[in-house]
Design a protein around this ligand. Structure first.
Ligand code: ZN
Length: 167
């Protein structure tokens, strides 16, 4: 699994992989469970608290998260086909970074309250309600990835992204 970042990839390659909506998965097979565990392992290895499948060129609706890892705990969450089914109106600025845009750390407007529906590793549907925590912004960041949206797209002022020109 190779992480896609703007520093390592050309604009064309970057956009082709990260600017598209990923495909929903069907039944949760052992193969999908293995991919999810690989993604989790990679996330922990690079000291991150969230990773979306398309960030490593897997075009499927799968993301892994663990905000508790920031506090040296492990409470992994694996989500297939996650979607926000409800959100409050209120926004706040969440300080975020992105593995695919390693040089940016910026306040991004996010909903305070969200309700997310997803399929877990057990193949069953789950619901997470989150209010005003790191998990809420983390969920919005990863679900955005799966829909082809980057955190910079949420800013009203556009930021120029530098890309690898190759040599
Ligand atoms: Zn990201």
């Amino acid at each position: 699994m190779r992480l896609i970042t703007n520093l390592k990839f050309s604009r064309e390659e970057f956009e082709a992989r990260l600017r598209f909506k990923t495909n929903p998965v069907g039944q949760i097979t052992p193969h999908l469970q293995h991919l999810a565990l690989d993604l989790l392992e990679m996330m922990y290895n690079i000291n991150a608290i969230g990773l979306a499948a398309n960030q490593v060129s897997l075009s499927m609706q799968l993301c892994v998260l663990d905000p508790a890892f920031l506090y040296n705990k492990k409470m992994p969450i694996v989500m297939f086909n996650p979607c926000i089914i409800e959100h409050g109106e209120e926004l706040y600025d969440s300080m975020e970074g992105c593995l695919s845009l390693p040089e940016f750390g910026l306040p991004i407007p996010r909903f305070r309250k969200i309700v997310v529906k997803y399929i877990g590793m057990d193949g069953l549907e789950h619901i997470i309600k989150d209010d005003n925590s790191l998990l809420s912004s983390c969920l919005q960041h990863e679900i955005d990835h799966l829909n082809g949206i980057l955190m910079l797209d949420r800013l009203t002022e556009k930021k120029e992204i530098p890309f690898n020109k190759g040599d």
